[in-house]
Design a protein around this ligand. Structure first.
Ligand SMILES: [Fe+2]
Length: 259
């Protein structure tokens, strides 16, 4: 099984963002997915579809994403606005409390798409109501793949660590009894390619499409350094006993050649 991990498209309604056009970059990513990975089962977007959460931006996002030839599943990030998102995508599944989280059953296990958006601010949250939903999902047969916008742990970049998901210990308490069945935790938010393990759970994060967070481990938390390292999306391969995450530099135009 193959699926695509796309994140942090940051589309704006009009004009540019940091001098770049996020909708144009999304359009290039969609064209690449259709041309190179049209056989994938679906695309999961781990949040921050728009930069300002306005209706015009969601409309532009919807126009570009509609060109995808495979299904898409959306999640919310700190830059999203849930009511505005729901206005554009009224059929987007939500839990019984209205949080944008859902379970997707596949031939290789259950995909749990979590809503880590806090009511205010850029840090993430995972309140008791959401934890109750997750606990019920984890009681069902696995294996399980977790998808979140905010990571529930630090990654070493101070400005991003300051806006990681709060409630991390309570979240960990919920997932701890099920670690054996959690095969990977996919997240966005940090706009970088990052891999590792957290308390025994493997994780991966993808670059954004418009702008990236600089690999700066020294600057104080008050400043987020950005740059224009190339955009990318993840190509994820699942087998019965393995998860493989490829980072695809889809904008790279260098020619392949025999090695
Ligand atoms: Fe983002």
């Amino acid at each position: 099984m193959k699926f695509i991990h796309l994140t942090d498209t940051h589309v704006v309604g009009t004009g540019l963002l940091y001098g770049q056009d996020p909708a144009k970059r999304l359009s290039c990513a969609v064209a690449s997915i259709n041309a190179e990975h049209g056989d994938a089962d679906f695309v999961i977007v781990t949040g921050d579809m728009t930069h300002w959460g306005d209706a015009d931006a969601y409309a532009r996002f919807a126009t570009e994403i509609a060109k995808l030839k495979i299904p898409i599943h959306l999640m919310v990030g700190n830059h999203d606005d849930t009511p505005s998102l729901m206005h554009t995508f009224p059929d987007l599944p939500r839990d019984e409390n209205g949080f944008v989280q859902q379970a997707i059953d596949t031939a290789h296990g259950r995909f749990l798409l979590l809503d880590t958006k806090a009511p205010k601010g850029h840090a993430g949250a995972y309140c008791e109501a959401r934890r109750d939903w997750l606990a019920r999902q984890l009681e069902l047969p696995g294996p399980v793949y977790l998808f979140m916008h905010h990571p529930p742990f630090e990654v070493g970049i101070k400005a991003m660590d300051a806006i990681m998901m709060r409630d991390a210990e309570a979240f960990h308490d919920v997932i701890a009894p099920h670690k054996h069945s959690i095969l990977n935790l996919f997240f966005g938010h940090v706009h970088r390619a990052i891999w590792g393990t957290w308390r025994g759970i493997s994780y991966s994060c993808m670059r954004g499409l418009n702008h990236q967070v600089a690999l700066d481990l020294d600057t104080p938390a008050e400043q987020i350094g950005g740059n224009f390292e190339p955009p990318a999306y993840g190509v994820v391969l699942l087998q019965d006993d393995q998860v493989t995450v490829h980072l695809h530099d889809f904008a790279d135009k260098s020619h392949s050649f025999p090695l």
